[in-house]
Design a protein around this ligand. Sequence first.
Ligand code: NDP
Length: 270
Amino acid sequence: MPAPTVLVTGASSGIGAATARLLLERGWRVFAAARRLEAMEPLAALGAEVMALDVSDDQSRRELAEQLTAKVGALDALVNNAGYGEVGPLETLPLERARALFDVNVFGLMGLTQQLLPAMRERGSGRIVNLSSIAGRWVSPGSGWYGASKFAVEALSDALRLELKAFGVSVVVVEPGVIATDFAHVVSPSMEQSLSCSVYSSMMRAVRKSWDSVYRGASPPLEVARTIERALTDPTPSARYLCGHQSASVIASQLLPTQLWDKIVRIQMT
Ligand code: NDP
């Protein structure tokens, strides 16, 4: 039996790198994609086939899909992990930054899926794992656009799961909590910038304090990688898999009345 094939996007760091490594150990043929090729050299040394991808760029997505089709035809699995965060009050966060965020987290994810799905559908099998977040289930102050991008991932994944059921392709969402990766470092310039806005500076200081506090308990990316492996291999996968520090907050946010939940969030973040 040939090794099952998987493309992991955002494999140059954090969750994507840990996932690619774990899947290589488990015997998968792993295609690892991101913009920073040099950061994926350790994965290449372990046997990953490293590929350049800017997921927000149509041409880059198309070239990657052509190369993959030439190599393997249809993939067995696609892990749509590439993504990043933006922080800032909704009143002031420039829309071009929100659009750039959606170009990666939403349109990039769906654009790549559109390129790779036809081969899976025609073969009648495949699995797509989309990285959402606890921010795809409840949103906190200062994270409105990031949350909106992950709510969009949730909605698109629900629709895709229903549309593809008849074709043998399953769609799964993984929802990490707070994970120790470069994510907070990548967010930090927008966090710093948001502190300079006088109207919201006190709220954003509270947001930063809360982030600093929760990230001290962050789970290792391997915990998410193990969950992604489960999502890829469960014979009858769930629609959603929660994992990592603070992920139980999703259950609490659903059980508590909105006014009470708002109060809990506001105490910590305003
Ligand atoms: P990292 O910053 O460590 O990794 C992000 C990865 O995404 C990098 O490999 C980066 O590669 C890639 N990426 C970003 N922009 C692009 C782009 N335009 N094209 C291709 N790749 C891109 O963060 P995480 O590992 O934490 O993030 C992975 C996913 O997990 C994201 O979708 C994030 O939203 C989600 N998540 C993270 C949580 C956390 O607490 N860390 C919690 C919940 C969800 P490169 O720069 O080389 O292109």
